[in-house]
Design a protein around this ligand. Sequence first.
Ligand SMILES: Nc1ncnc2c1ncn2[C@@H]1O[C@H](COP(=O)(O)OP(=O)(O)O)[C@@H](O)[C@H]1O
Ligand SMILES: [Mg+2]
Length: 352
Amino acid sequence: MIIDTIELKNYRSYSEKRMELSPKTNVFWGNNAQGKTNILEAVYLSAIGRSFRTRKDSELVKKGQEFASVTVEASLKDRKKRVNIVLSENGKKQVKINDIKQQKLSALFGNILIVLFSPETLNFVKGDPGERRKNFDLLISQLNPGYIYVLQEYYKILEQKNNLLKTKREHLPSLEADIWDEKLAMANIRIKKIREENIQKISPLFQDYHLQMSEKKEDVQLVYKTQIPDREEECLALIKSKREKDIFRGFTSVGIHRDDYLMSINEMPLGNFGSQGQIRTAVLALKLAEKDLVFQEKGEMPVLLLDDVMSELDRERREFLYEKLKNCQVLITCTDELIGKEVKSFYIEKEV
Ligand SMILES: Nc1ncnc2c1ncn2[C@@H]1O[C@H](COP(=O)(O)OP(=O)(O)O)[C@@H](O)[C@H]1O
Ligand SMILES: [Mg+2]
């Protein structure tokens, strides 16, 4: 898919800006703090419903203004999509898809398809499991329209169960806990299955890209780690077996909220043993694999958002990336102008 236009109103540093993009490479270049990343962030918002830099939506509204609006128009194989998000300074969000108001923010997923590659992404190998879960949850949410709802439901049930564990420490009514545990077991199994299926699909793509890039032809693995067994009865039994300890701890100690994704090279965990260069190669391979998986599953090429990564990659990896993104629309930020065929550049300078 191709993003044709981006329109910002009172978004971050912009009062009003409309950009017509090239279907190939678009470079947003200029000095620091001029508003380059703000543009990629706005596109990300139109795809995922929130920023990749902050959890506070109010920060996205231009200082002194009450509302911000982002509109992204895209061409798909056989139709057009127009996504509009209005954020108010008090934290409310309203979403329209093709001018139709959406009740749920999650309706956004799967419309504007993106893969983000930023310096933060490079950190995610060493970061805590939550960051890796977030990465794959956002990927899967774009592929599988029902996933985000099951996930949200799971976290709601988990919260209720945890509240029960906290408030009724002394005498936990087991009937009430049983009900939550049954719901948890069901949701755990559904989420585990979807995560597992997607990791099985992305793994060979990841390994293949990695093999193309690594000189020593190292063998990488991406493994989904979960405590959840395959069958619902076993899952329920496992949750119940932890109940006594969980009452003591005040939270649910087993479930997909504890899942992790492990990357390793020649059986050694990359986060602990990988060099900076190995980590970069692996993350690059993963992002390219994500792009292919989206295309494979949705029949549309996602738009690649590359925030400040060119300076983080050496020439060889940079060229590999360009080569592999030849068939994609790419939005890049950098400090120097990139010149080339099929490159549209936007010089970004903050309004005064
Ligand atoms: N809510 C906001 N209102 C006004 N200006 C903002 C807001 N949020 C960020 N900015 C401005 O945006 C600029 C940073 O934009 P960013 O896209 O991160 O820059 P860069 O070009 O370095 O990527 C800063 O000048 C900052 O003051
Ligand atoms: Mg930036």
